[in-house]
Write a protein that binds this ligand. Structure first.
Ligand code: PFF
Length: 449
């Protein structure tokens, strides 16, 4: 197969793991995972989630890695070069990346706004959880302030992408990921030292099997997909920059372990704090923006913990927005033959426009709804419930049934230099189990069960 030879490649050995983990670890782990786990029974959910990650997430991650590194192209180009008829899987990914950015940048902007408010002491001035709720609702509904932070976040992402794969993406992951881990560990330890922490950890870790229902399984799978960034070609794009000697099996295993570890640490940070303050763990998406600042406020050095926490969210979100942006930039650059800078600018302009509309849809444009949902909620709904499961499903089918099995084996074993015992099991999972389960999630998300 013809492969472009002047393509960027990641440098160091660790880089493949760091950039891919940078994409996976994000708001999905720290903002979404704890509230979804809290809503779905804590320990019981955790158990199902870990099973979903191991049995479905890991094979799918390896499938995307194989497609990306075999083709050495952006998401659309990768599927197109392996089989023209399957380029739709790539287009699905590019569209999904734009739509996810539309709402993800808005939430990322909030985290930046909250970090600034923690630093200026504004967060410390609230007295009760109700004050925090009012503050959050006012902030989100304001026409200008959230927009300003969203725009800043988009520009920061643009800056990294415009610097290119090695100088931008790779360097930022090498800097930001260790910072993120450091901040997370400090916060989790602080939280575990709170009185009442044990009760929180019991809720988080002890499974109550009576709470495992079909819906727990489906919610856990959806969370695993979003958290691992699979189903929309992000990992195809990143793997296209991996070196030929990178061990895909090991990289995928490390990314999965890191992503899960961050979700666990986020749980260890949030549940003890929530229980110690006597707050319901099922508070929903507001857990991070309303509940946590009020908990931090009651602690010694409260503003410092708040600022550190929101800094952590900013870092996690940034490495993920970079990966989403790269899916679209690489596509425009390679398939539409635009200069990389131009491709990045177009992506930035389009996502900024969409994110602006999504942000306003929670404030001044609240009346404009699509099937009863604000634009912000529609973007979340359409990507998580339709485009990501569809992308995952077709990726399983493509790699399981269509991709030449020799290509799949060659990618996983680096042309026979690594042991290939795992390949038949992976192919089996990708052919049968993964698509069947993903289809079930898809139908369930559409409300057909
Ligand atoms: N995995 C990211 C998170 O957990 O926040 C979100 C995400 C990034 C989803 C990139 C999809 C993607 F392609």
């Amino acid at each position: 197969m013809h492969t472009p030879h002047n393509r960027a490649q990641l440098g160091g050995k660790l880089s493949a793991v760091l950039v891919a983990a940078g994409s996976s670890v994000g708001l999905g782990n720290i903002w979404r995972f704890p509230y979804v786990a809290g809503d779905n029974g804590g320990g019981a959910f955790l158990l199902v989630y870990v099973l979903c990650v191991a049995v479905l997430g890991l094979p799918l991650l390896l499938a995307e890695f194989s497609v990306g590194r075999a083709a050495k192209r952006n998401a659309v180009g990768a599927y197109r070069s392996l089989d023209r008829r399957w380029s739709g899987v790539g287009y699905n990914g590019v569209v999904a990346a734009v739509l996810i950015m539309g709402f993800y940048f808005v939430v990322a902007g909030w985290t930046a706004g909250y970090m600034v408010r923690a630093l200026t002491g504004e967060l410390a001035r609230c007295a009760s959880a109700d004050d925090y709720r009012t503050l959050f609702e006012r902030f989100v509904g304001d026409p200008w302030r959230p927009l300003l932070y969203t725009a800043l976040f988009v520009l920061a992402t643009h800056f990294v992408i415009a610097r290119g794969v090695q100088k931008g993406i790779e360097r930022s992951a090498r800097l930001l990921m260790p910072l993120l881990f450091g901040a997370l560990i400090v916060l989790a330890v602080r939280s575990l030292l709170l009185p009442g922490a044990a009760e929180g950890m019991r809720f988080f870790l002890r499974p109550d099997f009576a709470k495992i229902t079909p819906s727990t399984i489906l919610v856990a799978l959806g969370q695993a997909f979003f958290s691992l960034s699979i189903g929309i070609g992000t990992m195809v794009t990143y793997a296209s920059y991996f070196r030929p000697e990178a061990d895909l099996r090991r990289t995928a295993l490390h990314v999965t372990l890191l992503d899960t570890l961050v979700a666990l640490l986020a749980g260890a940070m949030i549940f003890p704090a929530v229980f110690s303050a006597g707050i319901e763990p099922s508070a929903g998406p507001s857990l991070v923006f309303i509940t946590l600042p009020s908990i931090f406020n009651g602690m010694t050095l409260g503003p410092v913990w708040s600022a550190l926490f929101f800094l952590l969210l900013v870092l996690a979100a940034l490495t993920s927005t970079i990966s989403l942006h790269e899916v679209v930039t690489a596509y425009l650059h390679e398939e539409r033959r635009l200069a990389r800078r131009t491709a990045a600018r177009i992506t930035t302009g389009a996502t900024l426009a969409l994110a602006t509309a999504a942000s306003l849809s929670l404030g001044p444009l609240r009346e404009w709804t699509l099937a009863g949902l604000s634009l912000f909620d529609s973007l979340d709904f359409a990507t998580a419930n339709i485009l990501m499961p569809a992308g995952g499903f077709f990726t399983c089918l493509f790699v399981g049934w269509r991709l030449d099995r020799h290509i799949f084996r060659a990618e996983l074993t680096n042309d026979g230099r690594l042991p290939g015992r795992i390949v038949p099991l992976l192919r089996f999972l990708l052919r049968y189990l993964c698509p069947a389960v993903v289809l079930a999630v898809f139908l369930d998300n559409l409300g057909l069960f």
